[in-house]
Design a protein around this ligand. Sequence first.
Ligand code: SF4
Length: 274
Amino acid sequence: MLQILINALRTGVVTVRYPAAQSVPPDRFRGSPVLRAGSHLPPPSVCPAGAISEHFDAAGRRAGLDLARCIFCGRCAEDPWADAVSMGRDFELAAHSRDDLRIEVVADDPAVTAPAPSRDRDAEAARISSEIHNVLGRSLHLRHLDAGSCNACDWELAALLNPVYDVRRLGIDFVASPRHADGVVVTGPVTRNLETAVHRTFEAIPDPRVVIAVGACAASGGIVGEGYASAGGVDRVLPVDVYIPGCPPRPEGILFGILVAIGRLDARRRPREG
Ligand code: SF4
């Protein structure tokens, strides 16, 4: 017992301070690709996930990137496109709609610059985090549902409960029953066999409720896509409130998405209370 106490004192506090303080991912971490307008951007055939698209108009060739599909493999940032694409380090990518995850740049035309994302993510996370108990008057309870994932996203979700990320310090917890939950966190593309379970879980959660799609498969079908065995993303089955890109997203990225979802829950509760 004494040795355990000594070890605990020697180890000190391991919990990260995110979102109160910005988190620095490890060097090997890959965030979303950054496309440089006016450069020789890669063709759609480069991307194994179908995240890159292109079309032509009066301005020239337009290249699109769908972050909901991207698996952050880094292939589009390799030679010969290394000058046009680099892998960023941003993990705060969650958005309320698929459209917010689509980036478009004009290639081969230096006169046209890429539209910059307008969200102030740091400010949004800090504001919502401080409001969590004001909104709910208690902890936020979420039900995790694996709808056919490879388990990578599930491991990152589980990491949220370990001493390093410890989401309970923010008043967020996971519960076993959907009847005790404020929302559902879905991983996986929703296999046809699990479609009914997804519907039933959603229906068992009291209204108002939020649906959070975690990872590329849940956000868009990802590398699995849509087919005889896969619905092709959670929004084909349920109304999704927050999409969290990544394959898998790192724990802070999931936490950021949950904080964004609290804002949506807040908006739904207020009319009822007013
Ligand atoms: S990082 Fe990989 S998945 Fe993402 S756009 Fe580039 S090639 Fe496609």
